[in-house]
Design a protein around this ligand. Sequence first.
Ligand code: GLN
Length: 193
Amino acid sequence: MSGETRRKKRIGVLAVQGAFAEHEAAFARLGAECFEIRQGSDVQACDALVLPGGESTTQGKLMRELGIFEGLKALVDSGTPTFATCAGLILLAEKIVGEERAWFGTTPIVARRNAYGRQLGSFNACLTFEGVGEVAGTFIRAPQIESIGKGAEVLAQIDDRPVAVRFRNQWALAFHPELGVDDRIAKAFLESF
Ligand code: GLN
């Protein structure tokens, strides 16, 4: 043992819209240090990134308007560990069903927005998460992962449909692990790098 105190991991959280505060609280509980990305000058090298749930179209547009988009995409592209939930998954997806363009397009998945319909827009489901075990997943107007491409590993599924995948440095979850008190998935992400 060196006796050195371990440096806190620094996590940049996209904070233009959506449930970013909940992620910050969860990672703070786990001993990481978060900073908010609200404008272009906030985009800087860090240990990890969080793309929270919310409304992906609004987030994408705001990222472009605020000069965040290119720099953040470059960080994801260059291998910064990235934890994306719900709208965040849509930002990462290589293809969004019915939409001409993707946003970052760095994760080889096809996402369908609001796929569970109005009636069943929000629900909880028990699922088994790779390396973590059983968790309760909160889905809120969640996207479906229609298909996954080469190199994407399924971390959790419901029936036969993936609801969480990992591709290299990118974790993309259709549900919201941050909206509760169970930090095990965030912990597994933190321990993955
Ligand atoms: N329906 C939202 C979208 O399409 C995602 C929902 C969420 O993040 N909870 O962006």
